[in-house]
Design a protein around this ligand. Structure first.
Ligand SMILES: *[C@@H]1O[C@H](CO)[C@@H](O)[C@H](O)[C@H]1NC(C)=O
Ligand SMILES: *[C@@H]1O[C@H](CO)[C@@H](O)[C@H](O)[C@H]1NC(C)=O
Ligand SMILES: *[C@@H]1O[C@H](CO)[C@@H](O)[C@H](O)[C@H]1NC(C)=O
Ligand SMILES: *[C@@H]1O[C@H](CO)[C@@H](O)[C@H](O)[C@H]1NC(C)=O
Ligand SMILES: *[C@@H]1O[C@H](CO)[C@@H](O)[C@H](O)[C@H]1NC(C)=O
Length: 316
């Protein structure tokens, strides 16, 4: 799937991608063996791989945090070179990956906003009528790095002249001290695309995101993952004085009767899973890879009143 011309840099990138894929296959095989062993021994004590979350007795008293004071730019370290994360915008458009953005024709309005924030590998190509085609900042999960790097024309070239990417993930995968293949891949990308400023979230900042979730919800996030939406919203509040969120439903949207009509979870996967089914299943998930999408939105609703956030398409 070579869709871009091979330069020396991208040849290296290709090699790294292949090494990365091989490593993933090895890891998959190892996991398979491990799971078989676990099943054989009747143990169900599998752990969330990655950074260990806070485990505090649930239902603590809710405390609200002033995110403007909470923010610390030291939490974002450059992957290559000595850039600093100093982005500040008066107005931001936060474009979600939900299919609610389809048919909105909001592209020109989004592109007219000072800063445009997107998530993971959400494309603009062929969707720009609805989502615009500028990107100031992309917040990317460790699990999406590969999909972003695989299509550099879409995600790394077609953006503002000096776009930023913030990678989040467990420190053992994307942290500076990580010697893993994923980190080397991100490093190569930062060296190849010099206009791009790539940052990773430090381990201590990752823990701050966790404890923020705990404080705002009274629930610790163990046995679940914070979503890219959570990281993006918090980072957006740190960076922007005003945020317009495109395509995010309200926390009670999926509980409404009659049940809302089916909407794909991602605008760029029309035959992908339904949004509400994904939200509701994830919210009640007990093990494995799941997110508290609805709980997170309850917090966003509270933050909206505090931090100049408005939601459009749908508006609430
Ligand atoms: C680090 O920043 C200084 C000035 O701020 C600059 O002169 C230097 O070239 C930078 N080094 C790298 C590796 O980017
Ligand atoms: C996308 O970018 C092009 C310039 O490259 C511009 O002419 C066009 O209007 C943009 N489309 C939208 C919908 O914003
Ligand atoms: C890189 O940034 C410079 C100035 O910051 C700009 O002139 C140039 O067009 C950018 N290149 C790309 C590929 O965006
Ligand atoms: C809300 O927006 C106003 C006007 O743009 C700005 O002065 C104020 O600082 C913003 N409030 C917060 C909490 O960002
Ligand atoms: C939870 O959401 C993810 C997408 O972030 C999805 O891939 C997964 O299938 C969902 N899990 C459940 C149990 O619905």
């Amino acid at each position: 799937a070579c869709v871009y011309p091979l330069s020396k840099g991208s040849l290296h990138l290709h090699l790294l991608l292949m090494i990365f894929l091989l490593q993933q296959m090895v890891i998959c095989a190892a996991v398979l063996v491990l799971m078989t062993l676990l099943i054989l021994y009747g143990s169900n004590n599998t752990n969330d791989a990655g950074y260990s979350p806070f485990r505090v007795s649930s239902h603590q008293a809710l405390k609200t945090t002033d995110l403007k004071k909470w923010s610390s730019r030291e939490g974002y370290v450059p992957i290559y070179g000595n850039k600093t994360m100093n982005l500040h915008c008066h107005n931001c458009a936060l474009v979600t990956s939900s299919s609610h953005v389809l048919g909105t024709k909001a592209g020109h309005e989004i592109d007219g906003t000072e800063c445009v924030i997107r998530m993971n590998d959400a494309p603009t190509y062929r969707y720009d009528d609805d989502v615009g085609n500028r990107t100031t900042l992309r917040v990317v999960a460790h699990s999406s790095v590969f999909r972003v790097v695989r299509r550099p024309n879409e995600f790394l070239h077609r953006a503002d002249s000096n776009p930023m990417i913030i990678f989040w993930g467990p420190p053992n995968k994307i942290g500076k001290d990580s010697k893993g293949a994923l980190y080397r891949l991100i490093q190569r990308v930062s060296m190849t695309y010099t206009n791009l400023s790539c940052f990773s979230i430090t381990p201590s900042k990752m823990r701050k995101f966790d404890s923020l979730f705990l404080r705002e919800t009274g629930r610790d996030r163990s046995h679940s993952w914070l979503s890219t939406g959570w990281f993006t919203m918090v980072i957006g509040i740190e960076i922007c004085d005003n945020i317009k969120v495109y395509g995010m439903v309200s926390p009670n949207h999926c509980g409404k009767k009659p049940v809302s009509k089916k909407m794909p979870y991602h605008y760029y996967k029309p035959r992908g899973p339904d949004e509400c089914v994904t939200y509701v299943q994830n919210e009640s998930g007990k093990r494995g890879n799941h997110h508290r999408f609805i709980t997170e939105k309850q917090v966003f609703a509270r933050w909206a009143r505090q931090y100049n956030i408005s939601f459009i398409h749908p508006s609430w």
